[in-house]
Ligand binder design. Structure first.
Ligand code: HEM
Length: 404
């Protein structure tokens, strides 16, 4: 082949060689520009998407912010039990702009989890997990697990009282797994005492997972572009009721981002400590157990579940099961109707689901004792009952109605 001739499998949408410019020369050989145009500018979107469809873009933006601030924090952090707390204090008090980096990273973590719960609930409500979007749903849940591990590993790093004692509770929960628990606990902690090896491991895990999340987000969005987005009605949208992604959804996503940024800035700069635990501003002290050991707000429902079940291993199973059950949702719900807008029974059930989730969080906050213990068990029963009984029953009735 001569130097100027082109291979025959040039994509049909690539600009012609004569259209000129370095960009079209590149695009003829590696169609990144026309690919981007096709997937992010001309991509057809249903025109009835509501504000809940903004959260994917919000999550992506916060993820970028977490990586950017995290890299600079890591440059100034010391991953040892003697140095971790002081290095974080140094970032807060001496590093120019360090207080801002930390405020943005901490607020980012909380708001990322809040946006993630809204994004997940949107999927549940509008049936976005249903065929043909199962892989999209499963990659999303993979992301949820990865983000949770990353958030937990990050919380350990300042090596304050809550970092230490939270890690101690998690280690003991892992240790309660029959037969392999002690080995797992040892792998997690690295030695008999929480210290340097543990902090090093969690620092590497935190850093590594952040980049692995970016890779999985790429698969998640690729899966979305194969199936196309769902919409609030959950019905296929004819071509004439779609609009191109740009300018319609670029401006809508930007508006959502600005509103979200207002909340973010207010929390990060006016109330940076609203969502954090004062006890974590005391250095880790293995000789002094705090009166209340409590995780960040976004883990409280799982902490509540952990406590509501009498045995440690049972609690661990319930907490893990509450997330694992979401992986089965596309197969538990076989209804032909997708959106909860047209599923009154399912909609009522979902209100109960949110209440039970919040209640489990309150139980985690107040400790599962007395009345809270009973409330925790009822909430847990409802949570699992919704997915295992109510949802499949609703789906069966709707299948029968559509067959009739
Ligand atoms: C790092 C976390 C995540 C990021 C950055 C992310 C990003 C995105 C983006 C950009 C979209 C397209 C815009 C939108 O529909 O909002 C999307 C759609 C979607 N995501 Fe995620 N996502 C994440 C986690 C999750 C999780 C935890 C789930 C739930 C299991 C999930 C399920 C979905 C579904 C079902 C859609 C398609 C929605 C529809 O069109 O109805 N995602 N995601």
């Amino acid at each position: 082949m001569s130097g100027s001739s082109l291979p025959e499998n040039i994509p049909p949408h690539a600009p012609s060689e004569r259209s000129g410019g370095i960009l079209s020369w590149i695009d003829r050989r590696l169609p990144v520009i026309s690919g981007f145009r096709q997937e992010y500018i001309d991509f057809r979107m249903p025109r009835n998407l509501n504000a809940l469809w903004n959260f994917g873009a919000i999550l992506t933006a916060v993820l970028v912010l977490m990586l950017a601030t995290g890299i600079f924090l890591a440059m100034n952090y010391t991953p040892t039990s003697a140095g971790a707390f002081m290095s974080v204090e140094m970032i807060e008090r001496q590093l120019p702009g360090g207080w801002m980096l930390r405020a943005m990273h901490m607020t980012g973590a909380s708001l990322f989890m809040a946006a993630l719960y809204i994004h997940l609930f949107r999927g549940l409500y509008y049936g976005s997990y249903k065929q043909p979007r199962e892989i999209l749903w499963l990659t999303g849940l993979g992301l949820l697990l990865m983000v949770m591990v990353t958030a937990f590993a990050g919380y350990v790093l300042p090596w304050g009282q809550m970092s230490y004692w939270g890690a101690d509770v998690a280690g003991k929960a892992v240790g309660a797994v029959p037969v392999i628990g002690a080995t797992l606990e040892h792998i997690m902690e690295g030695s008999d005492q929480l210290g340097d090896i543990f902090i090093h491991r969690f620092f590497v895990l935190h850093f590594l997972m952040a980049f692995a999340i970016v890779a999985v987000v790429a698969f998640h969005v690729a899966a979305l572009h194969v199936s196309g987005p769902n919409n609030p009605d959950g019905k296929p949208v004819p071509e004439r009721q779609t609009v191109p992604f740009h300018p319609y959804y670029t401006t809508k996503d930007l508006t959502g981002l600005v509103l979200f940024a207002l909340v973010f800035v207010a929390l990060a700069f006016l109330w940076p400590d609203l969502l954090s635990e004062p006890e974590n501003y005391r250095p880790a002290n293995p000789m002094h157990t705090p009166a209340d050991i409590e995780p960040e707000w976004y883990f409280l429902p799982f902490y509540g579940l952990l406590q509501s079940v009498p045995s440690k291993f049972g609690g661990l199973l319930a907490a893990a099961g509450s997330i694992l059950i979401l992986f089965a949702v596309p197969w538990l719900d076989r209804s032909p109707v997708r959106s909860a807008r047209f599923r009154p029974a399912c909609r009522m059930g979902m209100v109960g689901l949110v209440i039970s989730f919040v209640l489990m969080g309150l139980v985690g906050r107040h400790h599962a004792e007395g009345g809270w213990m009973i409330a925790g068990r009822i909430a847990a029963l409802y949570y699992f009952g919704y997915f295992l009984v109510l949802l499949p029953l609703c789906a069966r009735r709707e299948r029968q109605q559509s067959d009739a």
